[in-house]
Design a protein around this ligand. Structure first.
Ligand code: HEC
Ligand code: HEC
Length: 313
């Protein structure tokens, strides 16, 4: 890494963690941990609600991470291994089972987990669970997902402990990570965005979490927001993740909106190659279930973001 990049990075940390903000975040985390949360209710006995929940669950990509597909695991029963530089995480059971799953969770437990990264017993989740994206989700969308999950068959699969070494396994250390990198805020469309761009931005940032893979991370595992969606040679699972900003040389500036929709729906690139790896999974278990209208909104949004040129391609 270049020296100037390092200084900029440390400078940003100091600035972000500085004085007032750190105090505010501390006070805020304590309030949240103390349970000072608003009551919001899920709309359970309602088919239309459940259908909307199924759609949003697909958009959120919950199935792919929370199902041990490789070992024929039951849907949403967890146990999928996620390899990271810090060790292996095993996703938990999020079926309606009351003991191993989320069957006994209140609506507020669910919102606090998904949008604040805090468990019902008050511990911090690791950001291998993309709550830093889901935090931008509307409460009613999050609760529609809960209704859908609870409408499915409970599965009594036990949770597997993560295999991560200390100090990364210390959940309380997430406190520091959160101060540096976690902002709890509702989705804000770019100013002057059309309805489609605003919808696309919400889907990209709050639900489909494209940035979790396509935005590079800094040395502490936080997103490098100055390189939003600009790709990385070293993504999750060590995969190369391409630049999807509208830069024509290194990004997808030459793709039409239709090309982007085709990729997200069918996994096929403009040169007729199929995408591979985690993108193929994200498409199969999530994005391909979205309506063409929503995929077009994602494409319109991607066309509207700043182009960032990256070395190579
Ligand atoms: C990239 C993989 C990934 C995706 C996508 C994902 N999760 Fe998770 N989720 C995790 C991991 C890993 C954990 C465990 C985090 C920890 O132990 O700190 C987790 C934890 C959870 C928990 C806490 C369960 C408990 O027993 O404490 C809930 C609830 C949850 N996820 C729901 C969802 C929902 C709903 C979605 C879709 C909107 C989703 N997750 C998408 C990886 C993922
Ligand atoms: C789980 C990680 C992950 C997520 C989430 C993800 N991607 Fe990808 N994406 C990848 C990887 C890895 C590739 C490269 C696949 C390959 O090499 O075939 C890729 C490839 C692409 C490409 C092809 C670009 C090119 O130049 O070939 C596009 C476009 C794309 N992703 C858009 C998106 C959008 C839009 C989202 C959110 C809706 C998204 N991706 C979510 C990992 C991800």
């Amino acid at each position: 890494m270049r020296i100037s990049g390092q200084t900029g990075f440390i400078g940003r940390i100091l600035k972000r963690a500085g004085g007032e903000r750190a105090f505010f975040l501390l006070a805020f985390s304590l309030c949240v941990a103390g349970g000072l949360t608003q009551e919001v209710r899920a709309d359970t006995d309602n088919d239309q609600g459940t259908e909307r929940g199924a759609y949003l669950t697909a958009a959120g990509g919950c199935y792919g991470c929370h199902t041990d597909i490789k070992n024929d695991g039951k849907p949403y029963a967890g146990g999928r291994a996620l390899e990271t530089p810090f060790g292996t995480f095993y996703t938990p059971n999020i079926t309606a089972d009351r003991i191993n799953g989320i069957g006994s969770w209140t609506d507020n437990d669910f919102l606090r987990a998904l949008k604040r990264g805090i468990s019902p017993s008050g511990h911090y989740y690791f950001p291998a669970f993309p709550y830093p994206s889901y935090t931008k989700m509307k409460d009613e969308d999050a609760l529609a997902i809960k209704s859908y999950l609870l409408s499915l068959e409970p599965v009594a699969a036990e949770n597997k402990p993560h295999e991560i070494a200390a100090p990364f396994s210390w959940r309380w250390l997430q406190w520091g990570w959160r101060i540096l990198f976690f902002e709890e805020e509702p989705y804000q469309p770019p100013s002057g965005a059309s309805e489609a761009v605003a919808r696309g931005g919400y889907l990209v940032d709050a639900l489909t979490h494209c940035g979790e893979c396509h935005t590079p991370r800094n040395a502490l595992g936080g997103p490098d927001s100055g390189r939003y969606l600009a790709g990385t040679p070293n993504g999750p699972d060590g995969e190369r993740v391409p630049n999807i900003t509208p830069d024509s040389a290194s990004g997808i500036g030459d793709w039409s909106e239709g090309d982007i929709v085709t990729l997200l729906r069918d996994g096929m690139k403009p040169d007729f190659d199929n995408v591979q790896g985690s993108m193929a999974e994200a498409i199969e278990h999530g994005l391909s279930h979205l309506t063409d209208e929503d995929l077009a909104a994602i494409a319109a949004y991607l066309k509207s973001i700043p182009a960032i040129a990256t070395g190579g391609s």
